[in-house]
Design a protein around this ligand. Structure first.
Ligand SMILES: Cc1ncc(COP(=O)(O)O)c(C=O)c1O
Length: 404
């Protein structure tokens, strides 16, 4: 099976250098906040084009500590995208603030910057765009809105190390740029790790304190902080990989261009908007025949993953936010459920009901079988309605049959 990420192949290429640097670190016995972390911070700040970079324990912590350092907390609202990895919202919630979602653009699947303003209230304190799959979000528009309403901007750059917009790298636009070094990322460690890039020296100082128990000096604690340090071993590995990041990202864009040439017109290929440098953390296609395509890939020995099958606003853990299905149709990929697909599904449902009836199943049993299908696709009322239709009964009767 061709894996999603081949870290073994990469290790075959860089293994000797990695082992040399690990040996150097092990011989120095300096493991926490030592010279390798400082060197990596300096090199990444130069590469991204900001005055400071601070190594932390993960991308999630990078977001959490940034929000914290920027004063986001209890009762505040942070505008973000519902189409991202869960950690984006988790970090907001850790601070006691509330994620407020805005739907995504159909082409890049990044937050629809032009819709942000509609969601601003007097509690809004920050905007947290995600540069999804490696394509930068529209930082020009986001920057203008932030300026107009005096909001902080925290960039989730976890999937976009090296991505740029008009030559300016992501992580240099906002008040903080948050990177993840999770092993599969474009710049990945051999464990967890993260980095925050900042323009303001005061914010940088606060984050440095927060990552180390609120302490600047030894055993002096100015505030309550966290234990969230990048370690020397991960920093050493990242220094080896950082040398190759341009080559790695360019390789991705070249391969992406080949895929797009071959797949255009057959599926919806990822978009590369003018002026944006996409680093293809993922090459993500869209098609109404998703399951069929995925099975064909599997049969051909090629791994693939569905990103993200349940957008954040429909995640059980966030049900307290009171969003419902249909709130963010693009993130829910409603447009892919075109009428043809729906017709095929409805036909299949009717056929299933017919066969179950033929086998002597009663309405209640059939309803229970059907509802287990709904759970597979989340509890969708609209689907429940369709199932009820297939049984020739009303939605109310259907829900009664299944005890709701
Ligand atoms: C968009 C996004 N944000 C945040 C994170 C969290 O990063 P980490 O896994 O390093 O905590 C990830 C990582 O997977 C991510 O993809």
């Amino acid at each position: 099976m061709i894996p999603m990420v081949d870290l073994k192949k990469e290790f075959d290429e860089i293994g000797k250098e990695v082992i040399d640097i690990l040996t150097e670190i092990l011989e120095s016995s300096h493991y926490i906040l030592g010279p390798k972390v400082s060197e990596l911070e300096r090199k990444i700040s130069e590469y991204i084009g900001v005055p400071a970079a601070i190594g932390v324990a993960s991308g999630t912590d990078a977001l959490h500590l940034s929000l914290n350092a920027l004063g986001i907390g209890e009762g505040d609202e942070v505008i973000t995208t519902p189409f991202t990895f869960f950690a984006t919202a988790e970090a907001i919630i850790y601070t006691g603030s509330k994620p407020v979602f805005v739907d995504v653009e159909a082409d890049t699947l990044n937050i629809a910057a032009k819709k942000i303003e509609e969601k601003i209230t007097d509690r809004t304190k920050a905007i947290l765009p995600v540069h999804l799959f490696g394509h930068p979000a529209d930082m020009k528009v986001i920057g203008e809105i932030a300026k107009k309403y005096n909001l902080k901007v925290i960039e989730d750059c976890a999937q976009a190390f090296g991505a740029a917009s008009n030559g300016k790298k992501v992580g240099s636009f906002g008040d903080a740029g948050c990177f993840s070094f999770y092993p599969s990322k474009n710049l990945g460690a051999y464990g967890d790790g993260g980095m925050i890039t900042v323009n303001d020296p005061i914010v940088s100082d606060t984050i440095k304190r927060l990552r180390n128990h609120g302490s600047k000096g030894v055993y002096r604690h100015e505030s309550v902080g966290f234990n969230s340090r990048l370690d020397e071993i991960q920093a050493g590995i990242l220094l080896v990989k950082l040398k190759r990041i341009e080559e790695n990202n360019n390789g991705r864009t070249q391969k992406a261009a080949i895929y797009t040439k071959l797949l255009s017109g057959k599926v919806k290929c990822p978009q590369e908007k003018d002026g944006f440098y996409h680093v293809y953390h993922q090459y993500t296609i869209m098609t109404p025949k998703r399951d069929k395509v995925q099975n064909t890939l599997k049969d051909s020995g090629i791994s693939s993953v569905v990103y993200y099958p349940i957008p954040l606003h429909l995640q059980e853990a966030l049900s307290y936010l009171d969003y419902k299905e249909g709130d963010f149709p693009v993130a829910e990929r409603k447009q892919l459920e075109d009428s043809k697909y729906l017709m095929v599904r409805k036909k299949a449902q009717k056929e299933l009901v017919r066969r179950l009836k033929e086998k002597g199943f009663g309405n209640k049993q059939i309803a229970m079988i059907l509802i287990s299908n709904i759970y597979g696709e989340r509890k969708r009322l609209s689907i429940a309605k369709e199932w009820a239709g297939s049984l020739g009964i009303s939605l109310e009767e259907f829900l009664k049959l299944i005890g709701r």
